[in-house]
Design a binder for this molecule. Structure first.
Ligand code: C2E
Ligand code: CA
Ligand code: CA
Ligand code: CA
Length: 275
C-alpha cells in the first residue's frame, strides 16, 4: 500500500480538508473571542515544597467556544501567533490575570507565560509594565515564564524585553527546562530566577532511573547558581518525596490541584487554612 501513491492521496485528502476547515473555523472564532474578551485565565497553585503551602498561581489561558467546544492553549496559542493575534490576546489575558491577582494574599506571586513569538516584539516589555501600572499589580510579584527556544533566537528582542522587565523588578523563569534547544551557556547568559523542570521528567521519576538522574542534576545545577526550582506535573506522592529529598523548592501538579477558575481560589485557600 505504501508504494501506491494514488491510494495514499485518496486516503489523506479528506483528512486534510477537515483539518484546513477546522483551522479556518478556529481562526475566525478566535478573532471574535478576542474582540469579545472571553478567553480567560485559570490558575494553577504553585506549592512550596518547604512549607507545603500555596505561594502563588500560574495563569493558564482557557477558551470555551459554543460551537467548537473546549479549545486547548496548545491549539489556539500557535494560531494566534501565526495570525498576529497573539499580542492582543496576550495583553488581554495578562490584564485579566493582574486584576484577578490583586484579590489574592499580598505574598502570592503570579506566573504568566510568554511565548518565543511574543518575545520577538521589542514593545512587549513596555506593554507589560504599563498593564502592571494600570492594574496596580506589583512587578515584584510577577514571574514571567519563558521556554528555552526563546533564548536561541538570533533576531529576537528577548534580551531587550527581559532586561527591561528585570529592571522593573519582574522575575524570570525558564519554562519546560530539559526539553533541549539551548546550551547551558546560552541559558546562563540570561539572568534567571527560576527553572521549571519539564513534566516529561517528573512523570517518569517512579520508573525511570534516567529521569531520576536528570532531575537530580537539574536541581544541583539550579542550586549551584542560586536559582529556585519548580517541578511541573507532580501527580503522586512518590514523585513528591523524590523532589523534596533532592531540594526542589516548589511544585505544581494534579497532586496539589489542577488549574481552577478565579472564583474557585477562595475555596482552595479556605481548604488550606483548615489543614
Ligand atoms: P505550560 O506553561 O508548561 O503549562 C503547564 C501545562 O501542564 C498546563 O496545560 C497545565 O494545565 C498542565 N498541567 C499542570 N499540572 C499537570 C499535571 O499534574 N499533569 C498533567 N498531565 N498536566 C498538568 P495547558 O493549560 O493546556 O497549557 C499548555 C501550554 O499552553 C502551557 O504549557 C503554555 O506553554 C501555553 N499557555 C497557556 N496559557 C498561556 C498564555 O496565556 N500565554 C502563552 N503564551 N502561553 C500559554
Ligand atoms: Ca508555564
Ligand atoms: Ca511548563
Ligand atoms: Ca509546556
Amino acid at each position: 500500500a505504501q508504494s501506491d501513491g494514488r491510494s495514499r492521496v485518496r486516503f489523506f485528502e479528506p483528512d486534510i480538508d477537515i483539518h484546513v476547515e477546522r483551522r479556518i473555523n478556529i481562526e475566525r472564532e478566535l478573532r471574535s473571542a478576542i474582540a469579545a474578551d472571553i478567553i480567560e485565565p485559570h490558575y494553577q497553585p504553585v506549592v512550596s515544597l518547604e512549607s507545603n503551602r500555596i505561594v502563588g498561581f500560574e495563569a493558564l489561558a482557557r477558551w470555551e467556544n459554543r460551537t467548537l467546544g473546549h479549545i486547548p492553549p496548545d491549539v489556539f496559542i500557535p494560531i494566534a501567533e501565526e495570525t498576529g493575534l497573539i499580542n492582543a490576546l496576550g495583553d488581554q489575558v495578562f490584564r485579566r490575570a493582574c486584576l484577578d491577582a490583586t484579590a489574592w494574599p499580598k505574598t502570592f506571586s503570579l506566573a504568566f507565560n510568554i511565548s518565543p513569538v511574543q518575545l520577538r516584539d521589542s514593545a512587549l516589555g513596555g506593554r507589560i509594565i504599563s498593564i502592571l501600572e494600570q492594574t496596580g499589580f506589583s512587578p515584584c510579584r510577577l514571574e514571567i515564564e519563558i521556554t528555552e527556544s526563546a533564548f536561541v533566537e538570533r533576531n529576537g528582542a528577548a534580551k531587550t524585553v527581559i532586561d527591561e522587565l528585570r529592571q522593573a523588578g519582574v522575575r524570570i523563569a525558564l519554562d519546560d527546562f530539559g526539553t533541549a534547544y539551548a546550551t547551558l551557556s546560552q541559558l546562563l547568559s540570561f539572568r534567571l530566577d527560576r527553572i521549571k523542570i519539564d513534566r516529561s521528567f517528573v512523570s517518569h521519576l517512579d520508573e525511570s532511573t534516567d529521569s531520576r538522574v536528570i532531575v537530580r542534576a537539574i536541581l544541583d545545577i539550579a542550586k549551584g547558581f542560586g536559582l529556585r526550582t519548580t517541578a511541573e506535573g507532580v501527580e503522586d506522592e512518590g514523585q513528591l518525596v523524590y523532589l523534596v529529598a533532592n531540594g526542589c523548592t516548589e511544585g505544581q501538579g494534579y497532586l496539589f490541584s489542577g488549574p481552577v477558575q478565579a472564583t474557585g481560589i477562595p475555596a482552595l485557600l479556605d481548604r488550606q487554612a483548615r489543614r
